[in-house]
Structures are given as C-alpha cells and as structure tokens.
Design a protein around this ligand. Structure first.
Ligand code: PBE
Length: 267
C-alpha cells in the first residue's frame, strides 16, 4: 500500500530533536504504545538538525516524519500537517505555564505581580519567532514590545519600579521560549531589574526553580510535555498558571504525504 511504502521510504524512522526535550520523551513513549510502531526508531538530533532534514526532504518532495510542535515558524515556512495521535501520547493542546521558587512572592512582590500578570497569545509568540528569521530574537522582541504597549501596561498594572534588584530567570533553548523570555526580560529591565536569563534543558529548569537557584520561569509546557519534571518538583515550586494557551506537539509531515494518522504507519 501507499502507507507501507511511506514507512519503508522513511526507513521506519521518526526524525527527533534534542534528547533532553520533553517532546523526545513523549515520542519514545509513543513508539512504545502504538503496536504498529513496533520496530520504529526515533533518531534524536537537534532542532536545527531536524529542520535541515525537513527542508531537504521538502526540496526533493520526499517523505519525512519529524517530531514537531506549534507555535513554530516551520508551519509558516512550509506546508505541513500534524498526523493524528488517537492514543494522545504526544498530548492534547496545552499551555505554557509560569512557575516561581518558594518565597519569591514574599521577597520580590513587584516582580511576582508582573510574572503573575504576564500572558499573551500564540500569535504574539509566532510573530516574534517568524520575524526573527530575518533579524534576531532580540530585534524581533524589541519590535513586538514597541508595538504592544497596552499588553505590557496590563502586565505592569499596580506594580512599582525597583532599583537594580537581581532576578534570575531560567528558560529553554527553543525559539518560542527564547522569544517569551526575551520579552519578559526586557520589560523587567525597563522596570529597574537586573535580569539574567539562562537557557537550559527542561529537567535543569525545574530543578533550578525548585532548589531556589533560579527565581522563576515562563517556559514550562504543561500538563503533558514537561509533566515528568513537574511531578518530580511540584512540592518545591509555585505554579502561577498558564501564560499562553494553544501549544501542540505531534508527529509532523509535509502536506504532500498521503498519511493522516500515526495508526496508518506500518511495522
Ligand atoms: N518543545 C518546544 C520543547 C518545549 C518547547 C516542545 C520542543 C520540549 O521540551 O519538547
């Protein structure tokens, strides 16, 4: 069948990303949970490596299956689709949450208020990550900030400026979170904070907030992508709830591929 030939043509391999990504763990679980994926492999690499292989496949109109997520500019750059995941092992539509260390609210009430109020839409994040393709996350974030004073004023409502207080944020190295953390860091700097953002693996991010080495993060994808880390550390951190809703993980293929569901793949 056509699907059988797709499975053979991609050599029963899903092109993955970084080993430490939440999505990598979910993808491994997916290979285990679907009987039809018996014998399939997840080829871990990096986000840049995955995007290179995706671009090459599309240029040659060849089949490829990658681990993907939205928001991400690859959906603007190429015609792509998520294939269905009837078992839901890659998660439903989820949110990005804000988390803080214990004691942060009491010790830094103004910063806490700003982080608690911080929220935006998928379109905002997408705009920055797309524009950054022709400039940089820093420039695209600065442009977004300049164009959205009302949103930013909303986050600052009822807070006071400070004088050089240090705040340590942890984030992850993907564009979506580089964008959000850059925006928040710039806004906090404008309020007088001395901000450090460290990009780390999700496991390290949760550990740093839980042991108080970092003050906060606006990068966790929940309830599924980073669930294993959240479960491990939830007693030792504060979850301030979603700052963006509408993220999605999945197996992603070019539109020209005649396949709709993970269940269509063959062992
Ligand atoms: N991602 C993008 C990350 C979080 C943001 C889905 C690739 C992950 O941990 O899998």
């Amino acid at each position: 069948s056509a699907n059988n030939s797709i499975s053979e043509q991609v050599e029963h391999t899903i092109i993955g990303i970084e080993p430490g990504a939440g999505l990598t763990g979910l993808s491994e679980k997916t290979l285990e949970e679907y009987d039809n994926l018996e014998g399939w492999e997840l080829e871990e690499s990096s986000t840049a490596g995955m995007l290179t292989l995706l671009g090459q496949a599309i240029e040659n109109e060849e089949p490829i299956i990658v681990t993907g997520w939205a928001p991400h500019y690859k959906f603007t750059q190429y015609d792509l689709k998520f294939i269905e995941d009837p078992k839901g092992t890659l998660g439903e539509v989820e949110s990005i949450h804000t988390i803080a260390r214990l004691g942060f609210e009491e010790e830094m009430p103004n910063a806490y208020k700003i982080l608690d109020a911080f929220e935006w839409e998928v379109e905002d994040m997408e705009k920055i990550t797309f524009d950054a393709q022709t400039s940089s996350i820093e420039e695209a974030s600065a442009d977004w900030i300049e164009s959205n004073p009302e949103k930013i004023n909303g986050w600052l409502e009822g807070t006071e400026k400070v004088d050089g207080k240090e705040i340590d944020l942890v984030s992850t190295p993907w564009d979506s979170e580089r964008a959000s953390s850059q925006v928040l860091a710039t806004v906090l700097e404008q309020q007088g904070y001395d901000v450090t953002v460290s990009d780390v693996d999700p496991a390290i991010l949760f550990e740093a907030v839980a042991n108080g080495k970092a003050d906060a993060s606006i990068s966790p994808w929940l309830p599924t992508t980073h669930n294993s880390f959240y479960e491990k550390y939830k007693e030792d951190l504060v979850d301030l709830g979603p700052n963006l809703t509408g993220t999605q993980n999945g197996f992603v293929v070019p539109e020209y591929m005649d396949i709709d569901s993970i269940e269509d793949l063959e062992p």
